[in-house]
Design a protein around this ligand. Sequence first.
Ligand SMILES: [Mn+2]
Length: 495
Amino acid sequence: MTLALRYAIRTDVGLLREGNEDSAFAGPRLLAIADGMGGHAAGEVASAVAISTITTLADHVPDNDLLDALSRAVATANRRLHDMSAEDPSVEGMGTTLTAMLWSGPKFGLCHIGDSRAYLLRGDELRQITRDHTLVQALVDDGRISRDEAASHPQRSLLLRALDGSPDAEPDLVVLAAQVGDRYLLCSDGLSDVVSDQSVQRTLATVPDPDEAVRRLIDLALRGGGPDNITCIIADVIDTMATTLIPSEKPVLVGAAVASPNGSATTKPRPVSPPARPQVVPHTAPQAAVLTATAVAGSTLTEREQDEDEEQGTARRRWPIVTSLVVVLVVVVAGAAYAGWNYTQQQYYVGTAGGRVAIFRGVDQRVAGLSLSSVYQKTAIPLAMVPSNDLTQIRATITSTGLPDARRIVGNIKRDYQQCQQAGLASAAYRARLTRYHAALATYRKQFGTTRPIRVRGVAHVPPRAPGPPPPFPPLCPAGTAGGAAASSGSGGTP
Ligand SMILES: [Mn+2]
């Protein structure tokens, strides 16, 4: 028996996003998916770095030590992200999910960090074989919200772990055994957030051809609104001795990791060249086969810098046309006004928009009734859940020394916010233990008429043990977090 994979891979920018921050790779022995995050092009860079690093494993897979190889590749990617963030402020704070399978015979190493997912369809049963590193998954594990509530939770995309250059970016690693007939699905949250497990199961179970099944899944996500980039890989485990099906051989790279300057469709093998970030990501990107996949979207030119270059270019071209002195004067005055406005547009501050923490571009003032700022980036951090020290500052709008500084401030707020959430979870768990203890103690007292140890007909009985002191709860965290994220965000947590 010789096991091989028959796979299909596809990505789609979705209906609302301008760029594709997902990157993915499928080869005969490696399947990997990464969903990048961060403002501007940073998410694309992060997912491309993760995928290009992990694809170095595609050509020489170790027979043993699958997890060691995966773990080292992940550490390398994480170090690269760390170094790039340190060197280039425009990509500071970027991060990515990574879910990868490294195959060796009938077994594979599974490596996972973030909220992209791997599923197994065996027979007709669909099982998620990765666990989301999200706040809502932690709430589900804690029994505080149901799976259904998690699916529609407003903070469902809040990650507790991601590959972001931080030292605690540790992936889950496990070796699993495959069987002939297994069908594996790797997807980004652009699919799993929008398409129910039942629909995914039905599609996987009823559409035999992997490529057709991938198309159907992406179609379902688009019909569901396609709010995010959607990436899917389907891999069927076949026995080449017992089937006429042809195993896949071509490595395929899709999404942000593909260095296509114009995003035009091509099915030719793509030479590896210093990539430029695609300005227009094609709808349902072409399945360009690559010979080696080492492309890194390492372009440090951000969208804004490109815009500025274009503005300057236009201004230069316009100069020779100006002949009249009047026109020159008008241009000078307008230029001064523009320079002033341009200055404000290089300022950033942290404030609130729609009840959430946001980065604003401009200055927090109005001139002649005109606002000199706009929301630059809205975070998922609700104001109501932010510790009071941060809250006071945000209300007063924190001015920054620039975009990287604004991002750093938001990073600090996010860290405080997550600490409050964690403390809230710990407090809730403690209160649950306390409730159980009181109930058990009441039962004991009812039975024995005391809360002390007692001997009844020669048998020793001891009362239940008290749970000890409560876990510390940071005094600056909002009381709402102590009651738990689910309860205060109105999603119906347990009291
Ligand atoms: Mn996503």
